[in-house]
Design a protein around this ligand. Structure first.
Ligand code: FAD
Length: 408
């Protein structure tokens, strides 16, 4: 005889982790997981290019939280209870062998996201979770003894406790219910996108990757470092995706138009680069500047930067004037590019914005506005950069919500 009913809307990463934790913690509770689509865990399936980047091997919770442009402070506290080490142990104990790649991203050894899906489905079934697909929840209403969730088609699901884990709230019918229940929603904006840039300096250089760059959205802001990839449409790669996350709201305000500042030599300051140019002048004096690139810069890109700096194509290093060196320095460390739009990153994207974090208790993921209502995952105003951080936020918030849902 089941004593209580817990209903979770959203069969993604956060919903599954919550459902499993709740059902395993309180086997007397009936745990129902409602999924809008015909399959569970659709995003897990396509994640990480079909390999599912489950989490990131960063075990210092303060350092880990720095990868979240939104939700940093709240997640730092939550990671004390459930962090990547716990996620990895959880999957490994259930038979999913994991591997950590050089950059810290964690994948199943199978390189197949289906392994992760099979594990979550089996764990949910073993714990006795009632799994229902094709149940798009359209509204949540509070009643004197709990809640009623209404799905399209007229199905009603009474519940003692509810968790909402529907992923991005963009175009979600649940937005209206959340507002009616008294929740505030931080404006929604896409995060993790590439930038469209049409500029002769990078035209026809698609496929070239520059190992160490720094890119910012002046004025102010927080420049991001890392590899950059020149694409057919502009620029992408880790540094650009990170910038798109940290500046998601500013980019949206600018309607994805504006000017980025790019250093092709990462965090090297003007003095370092000036020393680098002086070194070239001495060691490569007789060679044409255009034909003797500084280290770590692809030759074709270097040629473009030299010509953009107005350095004649046959000028030898030894005859580079101070003004020409300054122009080259500018092209190398503070090259400005006009952005004309964005292209969503196919590998991973998320929505920033969602349920205001102040209205949620991150120890239990329970609403501070509506007791008995919990949240998890992307519907909250939290999101991370690429690398497994977004799933980690879903596992952590899902786990904490599940444990709290199981408590009387
Ligand atoms: C292409 C792509 C690749 C990605 N790859 C990675 C990766 O490798 N690593 C990483 O960390 N992050 C990745 N992400 C981000 C990651 O997928 C999300 O951060 C994560 O899925 C969020 O989990 P969630 O449970 O909150 O939401 P979701 O996974 O989106 O799950 C929400 C579920 O709720 C269902 N739902 C929605 N509305 C309702 C409703 N009204 N009623 C019932 N059900 C509903 C949805 O159909 C969905 O199944 C990727 C994202 C994309 C788009």
């Amino acid at each position: 005889m089941k004593t209580r009913r817990i209903v979770i809307a959203g069969g993604g990463a956060a919903g599954f982790f919550a459902a499993i934790a709740a059902a395993e913690t309180d086997p007397r509770a009936e745990v129902v997981l409602l999924e809008r689509g015909s399959r569970f865990l659709g995003k897990v399936k396509i994640s990480g290019g079909g390999r599912c980047n489950v989490t990131h091997a960063c075990f210092d919770t303060s350092e880990l939280s720095e990868h979240y442009p939104r939700g940093r402070r709240e997640l730092r506290a939550a990671f004390h209870h459930w962090q990547p080490r716990d996620t990895m142990a959880w999957f490994e104990q259930r038979g999913v062998a994991l591997k950590t790649e050089e950059d810290g991203r964690v994948f199943p050894v199978s390189d197949d996201s289906q392994t992760v899906i099979d594990c979550l489905l089996a764990a949910a079934r073993d714990a006795g979770v009632r799994l229902e697909t094709r149940r798009p929840v359209e509204s949540v209403e509070q009643i004197p003894r709990g809640f009623i969730l209404r799905a399209s088609g007229g199905d009603e699901f009474p519940a003692d406790r509810v968790m909402l884990a529907p992923g991005s709230l963009k175009n979600s019918p649940l937005l209206e219910s959340l507002q009616a229940l008294g929740h505030s929603i931080e404006p929604l904006a896409p995060s993790l996108f590439a930038l469209n840039v049409k500029d002769p300096r990078i035209q026809d250089l698609a496929g070239i990757s520059v190992p160490s760059t720094r890119v910012g959205l002046p004025p102010g802001g927080r420049p991001q470092s890392g590899p950059l990839l020149i694409t057919h449409r502009g620029v992408s790669g880790p540094a650009v995706l990170k910038l798109s996350a940290w500046e998601a709201r500013r980019f949206q305000e600018l309607d994805y138009r504006g000017e980025i500042a790019l250093s092709w030599l990462g965090d090297s300051g003007p003095d370092d680069v000036r020393a680098l140019l002086d070194g070239q002048r001495e060691s490569q004096g007789r060679r044409a500047v255009k034909n003797a690139p500084v280290p770590r810069l692809p030759a074709r890109l270097w040629e473009r930067l030299v010509s953009a700096a107005g350095v004649p194509s046959d000028l030898p290093w030894a005859r580079l004037s101070r003004n020409q060196a300054n122009a080259l320095l500018g092209q190398l460390t503070d090259a400005r590019f006009a952005v004309s739009g964005k292209t969503m990153n196919k590998e991973e994207f998320v929505t920033c914005g969602g349920v205001r974090l102040r209205e949620v208790d991150f120890r239990t993921m329970e609403s501070r506005v509506v007791p008995g209502l919990h949240f998890g995952g992307e519907c909250l105003d939290l999101d991370g950069v690429t690398g497994g951080f977004n799933f980690q936020a879903a596992w952590t918030t899902g786990r904490l919500a599940g444990l709290a849902l199981a408590k009387e």
